[in-house]
Design a protein around this ligand. Structure first.
Ligand code: UD1
Length: 423
């Protein structure tokens, strides 16, 4: 295993270019198996999660070629439709293959994804939505087996849960509906930019989709989809992480290749904390200050504050003046990073799905352990701002979602090294 060794308190400077969006790439790669012929995708980030979905596709018989962020997918040789436990357990996002498999090949066998460190992650909405389109679902020894006996049929599908909408359930139902007979209306659809990107991709394949980006998506089923060529949107969560790296280290950096419109909820919170931010359509410049104020944040589905930036902004708030409050409404148990941030000198207490963060004057380097993707990014941010050296173990979590993380940070002037951990 590998760890990061980070010398804190280095000022960052220069420019960092944002990679393609992981959460857009995964469902788009999955949807490409519905096309007749080859699909070419540009700006695909080279990440562990992308490699995992490609492994599943290769296992199923799909041919792929991935070089320099360009991915070619040829689904013509697909001959089996099972996603085994060893893949699904490392990446729950692989569930986004369910809709495309059922729509095009009428069968799918998926290992039940279990819980994970960010809390329980049920798939009831995925199954409810697919059943509404005519999929028969059974459980067999830890596997969900889906079958379409005749044809998928369009329907009205209400996809809301107690927490709001579900991103990948929307992706699955939208994909399945593109090849269903007749019209499907998804009510309480997720509005995330990654859903809009998936809809744009599906439209290039020949799908008829209207209303994406709102809570009501209408899909007119078509008989076939074709392979196509498409460029994935930039990763708003990666961008948000670097923006917060700039502020927490009190540095002026430029984050480029972004769609800034996707980050307005973050900008709003940065401004509320008393900091200024400079941005155009595709770039952001952090404007550093010595001090910032405590604020309140509630994570919500898009366009609200993203749960995927909750841990990173918590690191930033550990150094604010006053007491901040974060309420996690999307994954109420997603606080595994709190204990590790406290090891670095933060003062955070938990009360159910709320974190109370008392600002401290400084963080101090220590040995900490990464626990999930975004929690690990939060530890890197805290380490960049801490006095002394921080060692972060189990960084394989970061490799799931940040392309060339230490290279991009080193290019900005951070002192960060990847070293082998002694066992
Ligand atoms: C996606 C993102 C993930 C992000 C999350 C929320 C990908 C690959 N992953 O995950 O990074 O943190 O959106 O923005 O795109 N839920 C149910 N039943 C379901 C499905 C979800 O109760 O059938 C609940 C979840 O437990 C959670 C909430 O819905 O409380 C939101 O989850 P969801 O939007 O589905 O997350 P994912 O799509 O899995």
């Amino acid at each position: 295993m590998e760890k990061f060794v980070i010398e804190g308190k280095q000022k960052l400077e220069g420019e960092v270019k944002i990679s393609g969006s992981k959460n857009a790439a995964l469902p788009i790669i999955a949807a490409s198996i519905m096309g007749e012929g080859k699909t070419i995708l540009h700006n695909i980030p080279n990440l562990k999660d992308v490699q995992t979905i490609l492994k599943i596709l290769n296992y199923m018989g799909v041919k792929t070629k991935f070089e320099n962020n360009v991915l070619e997918i040829d689904p013509s040789g697909i001959y089996q439709f099972t996603a085994p436990y060893e893949f699904v357990s490392t990446m729950r996002g692989s569930i986004c293959l369910l809709g495309p498999l059922l729509a095009k090949y009428k069968t799918a066998k998926f290992s039940m994804p279990g819980g994970c460190v960010i809390g329980p992650r049920p798939i009831d909405l995925h199954l409810k939505g697919l059943k509404k389109l005519g999929v028969k679902i059974e459980n067999e020894e830890g596997y969900i087996v889906g079958k379409v006996e005749d044809k998928l049929k369009g329907n009205i599908v209400f996809l809301g849960g107690n927490f709001g909408s579900s991103v990948l359930a929307t992706a699955n139902v939208m994909c399945a509906a593109t090849l269903a007979e007749g019209e499907t209306i998804i009510e309480f659809a997720a509005c995330e930019p990654e859903i809009v990107d998936l809809a744009n991709f599906l439209k290039k394949m020949g799908a008829k989709i209207y209303g994406e980006g709102s809570h009501l998506i209408r899909i007119e089923g078509v008989k076939k989809l074709k392979g196509t060529e498409y460029t994935i949107i930039p990763d708003r969560i990666e961008a948000g992480t670097y923006i917060l790296a700039g502020y927490i280290t009190k540095s002026r950096i430029k984050i480029s290749g972004v769609i800034t419109h996707h980050l307005l909820s973050l900008f709003d919170k940065i401004e509320e904390s008393g900091l200024e931010i400079n941005f155009g359509d595709t770039y952001v410049e952090t404007i550093p200050k010595e001090k910032w104020k405590a604020i309140e944040i509630t994570t919500l589905p898009y366009p609200g504050f993203p749960t995927d930036l909750q841990a990173q902004i918590m690191s930033f708030l550990t150094l604010a003046d006053g007491v901040s409050l974060i309420t996690e409404k999307v994954f109420p148990e997603r606080f595994i990073h709190v204990g590790e941030l406290n090891r670095l000198g933060a003062d955070i207490t938990l009360d159910g799905s709320k974190a109370i963060i008392k600002g401290v004057s400084s963080l101090k380097g220590a040995k900490v352990m990464a626990s999930d993707l975004r929690a690990s990014a939060a530890l890197v941010l805290a380490a960049l701002a801490a006095e002394g050296t921080t060692e972060i173990s189990r960084i394989y979590h970061l490799d799931r979602g940040y392309e060339k993380f230490e290279k991009k940070l080193s290019d900005l002037g951070a002192k960060i090294k990847r070293v082998k951990e002694e066992t």
